[in-house]
Design a protein around this ligand. Structure first.
Ligand code: ZN
Length: 454
């Protein structure tokens, strides 16, 4: 079947706001024209409601396979740290084929949820037992292949992981598959860039894992490898991490980073949950993106990001699915607002006066995602033809126009409203289901049956 090359949206969210009768022309997967207030041509594909596809700025794809398996209460106090031990045991068993199969399903689910690009914070570099692959980018190649299967854009963020704790504590047994030094990391980045070059729109940034996992000298050594591409780092996710950082350096993690690294708009500080008002103001002023992952942060008991104050200071932020315990854009945005409501005991907190919360969350997450992933997004000429369509006949949308559509999507009905997703001008989702879901699911089930009985 020949893909349509022109689409007519009854209503669509453009950078300048909602518009009716929007005609979008597409050539070679890119938007070639946008006309507003025009009637459809007979050959146009007709769409009721269109939204730009969203960037998912933080994912560890393989962790999708652990979703629902870490809910058994242990003998002590369960926490992020006990969850991490479970994750280390799981990751120790994964082959490249396993990782590709799991990532393919995670990415199919991301596309179904309305994500058009993923920032894969990729730290599983070595073979079982920590042995090096012949090709240092072996696992990166598998991530790239999974993204191709799902049709999702990829910003690959190979992780630099060199130590087990602040101040050069040696890495532990569970971390051997992640480790590089500045020299081997340089080879990994070079090999990853070669491997991703044939993938349309793929970007390779860098990701020092966290201040726990890199020394200050090694951090300085690897930063030039970014070469104007995104730099992502986990930071201040856990109170114990903040305490350990203070014990090591006398400074809190975000404070330390700003005093020791040239943090600017090319950076994404993932989580940044535990900040003083001063740290939050520095982050906001820097132009760096706060990479918020509300569902995972709730699952792991991390804490609440100071979103109200951070937004007031003009801080940029975007959303990520992180552990992929659930893959749902509407869930992430809803939980971000709801966390603030529960904390501040108020409503409609993440919006300006007379502004819709849903619209504000969606638009700000879109902007932060594009900055953090190094790729523009939106229904704009010369950008990839990536968009989501909503089911205008769903009861949750009866009588809704404009921003009420986004408030209903995020707070009332969620992903059930997504009926179509187009990426690069190709329709990948119909009726909420990815066209490759069956094949990808069958492969995933076979992998999981072996992993869970081994
Ligand atoms: Zn993470």
């Amino acid at each position: 079947m020949v893909e349509s090359t022109a689409f007519h949206f009854a209503t669509a969210l453009l950078p300048q706001g909602w518009h009716s009768d929007v005609r979008v022309s597409v050539a070679d997967g890119t938007i070639s024209a946008v006309h507003i207030g025009v009637a459809p041509e007979p050959s146009d594909e007709r769409i009721a409601i269109g939204l730009p596809a969203m960037g998912n700025l933080h994912s560890h794809a393989f962790q999708r396979a652990m979703a629902g398996l870490t809910g058994l209460r242990g003998p002590g106090a369960d926490s992020f740290w006990t969850w991490r031990e479970w994750m280390y045991r799981f990751v120790a068993k994964l082959t490249p084929d396993d990782v590709e199969a799991i990532a393919a399903l995670a990415y199919v689910e991301m596309v179904e949820a309305g994500y058009g690009r993923v920032g894969e914070f990729h730290y599983l570099h070595h073979d079982i037992g920590g042995h090096a692959f012949v090709d240092p980018a072996e696992m990166a190649v598998r991530i790239g292949a999974a993204s191709q299967t799902a049709g999702i854009g990829l910003t690959l963020l190979p992780v630099f992981y060199a130590q087990g704790g602040f101040g050069g504590v040696p890495a532990g047994e569970g971390q051997t598959r992640f480790l590089t030094n500045p020299d081997s990391y340089t080879r990994l980045i070079e090999a990853s860039r070669r491997a991703m070059a044939p993938l349309t729109g793929a970007i390779v940034g860098i990701a020092p894992h966290s201040l726990r996992a890199v020394t200050s000298d090694a951090l300085a050594a690897v930063l030039p490898l970014a070469d104007a591409h995104p730099i992502h780092i986990h930071i201040a996710e856990q109170v114990r991490e903040v305490e350990d950082c203070v014990a090591w350096s006398g400074q809190r993690p975000v404070e330390w980073l700003f005093d020791h690294a040239p943090v600017d708009a090319s950076w994404c500080l993932v989580h940044a949950t535990h900040m003083t008002a001063e740290e939050s103001a520095r982050l906001a002023a820097s132009g760096a993106v706060a990479g918020l992952c509300p569902v995972t942060e709730a699952d792991l008991g991390d804490g609440l990001f100071p979103a109200v104050d951070y937004r007031k200071a003009g801080g940029a932020w975007g959303a990520g699915t992180d552990s992929n315990v659930a893959i749902d854009l509407a869930d992430e945005l809803r939980l971000l607002e709801y966390g603030q409501r529960l904390h501040h005991r108020g409503r409609n907190l993440l919006a300006e006066v007379d502004g819709s919360v849903g619209r504000t969350l969606f638009v700000e997450a879109l902007a932060g995602g594009t900055r953090a992933l190094g790729a523009e997004a939106g229904l704009v000429v010369d950008l990839p033809a990536d968009w989501i369509t909503l089911d205008a006949d769903h009861p949750a949308l009866v009588g809704r126009t404009g921003d009420a559509i986004l408030d209903s999507f995020i707070f009332a009905a969620g992903r059930r409203l997504i009926d179509g997703v187009w990426l690069g001008g190709r329709r990948l989702v119909t009726g909420g289901v990815h066209h490759h879901r069956d094949v990808v699911t069958a492969r995933y089930i076979a992998v999981m049956q072996r992993l869970l009985t081994a």
